[in-house]
Write a protein that binds this ligand. Structure first.
Ligand SMILES: C[S@@+](CC[C@H](N)C(=O)[O-])C[C@H]1O[C@@H](n2cnc3c(N)ncnc32)[C@H](O)[C@@H]1O
Length: 274
């Protein structure tokens, strides 16, 4: 592990520890529905022994449990694990690093990761670990956000940051956020980690995120994440205000009932181990 990887890992861990409660408050109505798509794609059913990597407050473990599976959630943030245990006392959760799992090989029928991979300092190590702990014939499923060009929700944040932010801010650099953005890229990364790339199923799904106000998305990005949040918090006040106004202006186009319904697109990916 080089020093950049270690620095980025600590940046992520401290960030998620700080943002845990806000993450659950802001993002759960968006990422939880995709967890349903994910457990379906991973073939989770009654009795499936399942590992939910980077589980956060436990949405994907919860979706699996509701289908009769036997989930175990792992996250490197003690605060996320504390919240998951509080929300879901019947499910097992424990602290752990997705890059170096403390489980024996062939321990799980399925491994899933809902919006976790883009945040890890070494995605290749996570893929190799997922494959190692999967039983023969087991499935690894994960979700990632589609890139801003095909994802209206992410696109409006990306465009506002690009238009106004000073991106030359001192932050540890991490892997490309959109590394799993196409079936071809996924296939290459997964094959390198030893998965059966010819079993890959790559689906893109769009869901509407209902938010109460035009500022909700900006506030979520500012308070309830790590990478974009750090970029925003490093901006001068007038720049931050310009970014906020621009995002709010974009959200206004999605008026729906008393609030706003913003489309977000994610890739739901499933592949067989050995
Ligand atoms: C965007 S949140 C996703 C949370 C949750 N899976 C969901 O469905 O919304 C990313 C999560 O990844 C966790 N995480 C990031 N890097 C990790 C690592 N190396 N090992 C374990 N968890 C990690 C963070 O603590 C955080 O809970």
């Amino acid at each position: 592990m080089n020093s950049n990887t270690g620095l980025y890992h600590r940046f992520q861990q401290e960030g998620w520890q700080r943002a845990a409660a806000a993450y659950d408050a802001f993002w759960k109505d968006l990422t939880r529905p995709f967890a349903l798509d994910l457990v379906r794609a991973a073939g989770v059913t009654r009795g499936t022994r399942l590992l939910d990597l980077a589980c956060g407050p436990g949405y994907a473990a919860e979706a699996a449990y509701e289908r009769g599976a036997i989930p175990l959630g792992v996250d490197f943030s003690p605060e996320m694990i504390r919240m998951a245990k509080l929300r879901l006392p019947l499910i097992r959760f424990c602290e752990g690093d997705a890059r170096a799992l403390e489980f024996q090989e062939h321990s799980f029928d399925a491994v899933i990761m809902n919006f976790g991979l883009p945040h890890v300092s070494d995605p290749g190590a996570v893929l190799r670990e997922a494959r190692r702990v999967l039983k023969p014939g087991g499935i690894f499923g994960f979700t990632v956000w589609a890139g801003p060009e095909s994802n209206p929700g992410s696109g409006m944040v990306h465009d506002a940051v690009r238009a106004y932010a000073d991106l030359d801010v001192p932050l540890p650099s991490g892997p490309d956020y959109f590394i799993f953005g196409s079936a071809e890229e996924c296939g290459n990364e997964l094959a390198e980690a030893g998965f059966k790339a010819d079993s890959l199923v790559f689906q893109s799904k769009t869901r509407l995120w209902e938010v109460p106000s035009p500022s909700f998305l900006f506030e979520a990005e500012l308070h309830a994440g790590v990478r974009t949040s750090a970029v925003l918090r490093a901006q001068r006040p007038e720049v931050l205000l310009a970014i906020q106004k621009e995002i709010e202006r974009s959200v206004l186009a999605y008026r729906s009932g008393p609030g706003y319904a913003i489309p977000f697109t994610a890739h739901v990916i499933a592949v067989k181990g050995v």
